[in-house]
Design a protein around this ligand. Structure first.
Ligand SMILES: *Cc1c(COP(=O)(O)O)cnc(C)c1O
Length: 386
């Protein structure tokens, strides 16, 4: 069955007792056993809970994996995954990385003796030079956030397999509707489901999907042991959001492409980072390994003085720190999402004081262009450049 149909039908056939089309919220934390040695399959809700189970099965199915695990946030999902590793282990990680993941690695995991090196994960020589006998995994974001760098997942996961490393992919920006890393050779997919999967800026959640029996079993033990699991209400809310994922992604993608092309021609804009633009270095790989582009892209203004007035003059687009919801948000990565990354590394990857990240919503594209265009004009007037 096509993804659109599987998405729309999440949970709708899972409750034969009542025929409920929307799967019920089972709030119970304890489950009665019929007799000694028997179980309904549910014992205690941290280990397994009915509403969360339906979501987890859907996640595994959509990502072509063997098991799904729903966590209380994307960071909880990453923490659970990182618990696979031991003191002394080393990870290779995408250079242009979500700030929270960087903070988790540098401020927390480093204290447990787990180290990370950062590299452009498309640079095979760079990967090779960082790989030692202590290296256990490569963690990839593609596209990266905010600079939309693309990694060839087939190539890098094949390289990782040759070196006995796990390939972990943060698939938050594209979702399984547009890209399925496990089909390209990855072992683990992680999502901040707070973003596109939930889609409405109203539920915080994370998902892990694993491939392979042994890895799935290990992840199940970690998920239950660490306990950063998703509650039944949020599991339900996430499934309800996921039902419309296909429709939303199509609109996000179309709006973002139009606006990126418009900004690319705008005289006050220096550059636009969007893999759907032919000049983007990842354009061809992205086209090959995914069925479309996300609704996020970044752009660099020519003059840093325009940034503050642009953010102040926006009326429809919110100046806010998140992405992937139906509402359009503009983020200033250097002071918001990437503030925890040292200035020197930020500069190296290009997250400077002229860079803005746009999470394009599903509003009418003409309204979005009018709002952003008006704010840019007002900003240029204020700095005396118009
Ligand atoms: C937001 C985000 C996270 C963290 O997820 P939370 O749900 O906020 O904990 C991880 N990776 C990426 C790419 C994200 O955008």
């Amino acid at each position: 069955m096509q993804l659109e149909s599987r998405l729309a039908q999440i949970g709708s056939q899972e409750d034969p007792a009542t025929g409920a089309v929307s799967y019920p919220i089972y709030q119970a934390t304890a489950f009665r056993h019929p007799r000694l040695g028997q179980s309904t399959g549910f014992d205690y809700a941290r280990t397994k809970s009915p509403t969360r189970s339906v979501l987890e099965a859907a996640a595994a199915d959509l990502e072509s994996g063997d098991a799904g695990f729903a966590c209380s946030s994307g960071m909880a999902a990453l923490t659970t995954i990182f618990a696979l590793f031991c003191q002394g282990d080393h990870l290779i990680v995408s250079l242009d990385l979500y700030g929270g993941t960087y903070r988790l690695l540098e401020q927390i995991l480093s204290r447990y003796g787990i180290s990370a090196s950062y590299v452009d994960t498309n640079d095979m020589d760079g990967l090779e030079s960082l790989c030692t006998e202590k290296t256990k995994a490569v963690l990839i974001e593609t596209p990266t956030n905010p600079l939309m760098m693309i990694t060839d997942l087939e190539k890098v996961s094949a390289w990782a397999k040759r070196h006995n490393l796990l390939t972990i992919v943060d698939n938050t920006l594209l979702t399984p509707f547009l890209q399925r890393p496990l089909e390209l050779g990855a072992d683990i997919v992680i999502h901040s489901a707070t973003k596109y999967l939930g889609g409405h800026n109203d539920v915080l959640a994370g998902l892990i999907v694993t491939k392979g029996e042994e890895l799935s079993r290990k992840m199940g033990v970690l998920h239950n042991s660490l306990g950063a699991v998703l509650g039944p209400q949020d599991s339900w809310l996430l499934m309800r959001g996921m039902k419309t994922l296909a429709l939303r992604m199509e609109r996000h993608q179309a709006n973002a492409q139009r606006i990126a092309e418009w900004l690319h021609e705008h005289p006050a804009v220096e550059d636009v980072y969007h893999p759907g633009l032919p000049h983007h270095p990842g354009h061809d790989v992205q086209k090959r390994q995914s069925s479309g582009n996300t609704g996020i892209f970044s752009f660099r203004m020519k003059d840093a003085r325009t940034v503050e007035p642009i953010l102040r003059h926006l009326k429809l687009i919110a100046f806010a720190e998140s992405l992937g919801g139906v509402e359009s948000l503009l983020t200033y990565p250097a002071v918001q999402t990437h503030a925890d990354i040292p200035a020197e590394i930020r500069r190296k990857v290009g997250v400077d004081d002229r860079l803005l990240r746009f999470s394009v919503g599903i509003e009418h594209v003409d309204d979005l262009i009018a709002d952003l265009g008006g704010a840019i004009e007002a900003a240029l007037q204020e700095i005396g450049e118009a």
